[in-house]
Design a protein around this ligand. Sequence first.
Ligand SMILES: NC(=O)c1ccc[n+]([C@@H]2O[C@H](COP(=O)([O-])OP(=O)(O)OC[C@H]3O[C@@H](n4cnc5c(N)ncnc54)[C@H](O)[C@@H]3O)[C@@H](O)[C@H]2O)c1
Length: 270
Amino acid sequence: MTSLDGKVAIITGGARGQGRAHALTLAAAGARIVVCDVAAPIKNVQYALATPGDLEETIQLVKEAGGEIAGMQADVRSSADMKAVADLAVSQFGRIDILLANAGIHDHCESTIEIEDDAWQTMLDVNLTGAWKACKAVVPVMIEGGRGGSIVITSSVDGLGASPSWGHYGAAKHGLQGLKDTLAFELADHNIRVNTVNPTGVNSPMAEGLSKVLPHVVRKWKHNDRTNLLDVMMLEPQDISDAVLWLVSDGAKYVTGIDLPIDAGYLTKH
Ligand SMILES: NC(=O)c1ccc[n+]([C@@H]2O[C@H](COP(=O)([O-])OP(=O)(O)OC[C@H]3O[C@@H](n4cnc5c(N)ncnc54)[C@H](O)[C@@H]3O)[C@@H](O)[C@H]2O)c1
């Protein structure tokens, strides 16, 4: 049984979906959790993002399961917000050992060169720069703690392969691979490990929201056979949480700088 007793984990985008599953999974392993989420609409995002009620539900679910958790609304696009989240972790629990840079948005385009400037920028601001800002706020606290740490950045199969229909999403996720490699290199001397998880399609409110506002995209996927090698259309958030739990545990204490596809063979097939 993996133990994270005594550890403190920050999770961005934790109001629902994979972030909520990560909160419940790490809390069950003994970690104290600090969860944050924008919990508000963002311009250029066509499906509904989380609400303050979703954020509160994650907090209540962790508490009901016997876990310790604090949470706040925070936007990964804001360095001040990310600093406030790191400060909350230190004031509530005294340390930070784990960062899950999970917050993200999705979008669709017929052609990458036709993406509006504003939509491109929003994607990069949230999915790439947001992860960097979360790291920027948390890493000094980890270094100061002197106990090492583990950062898991949620990328995607689209961070490792081609992503027709969402070039801005793919560009941001590929950027996360470079961010991960660089941070793994720079932080190794502090025993801070940095890795990405690279999921295939996950059955989360993001996927559900996209399929409602852009049903033709889902049809196109199926038509193009953009499916997995194993016989599963969508993974569940818990499938990603299980991999994250391993990556942040002592079982992975010598694992840094890797991409971990949880992709049912998607990348092998494509
Ligand atoms: N669902 C999929 O098919 C899939 C596949 C591969 C990777 N991913 C990635 O997994 C991560 C989690 O996504 P999910 O599937 O749980 O989707 P989700 O939409 O259910 O959860 C993402 C959360 O991030 C929050 N968020 C968005 N912008 C934010 C911001 N600026 N600041 C703070 N929080 C913000 C949202 O409110 C939401 O609660 C994302 O990075 C996503 O790109 C998803």
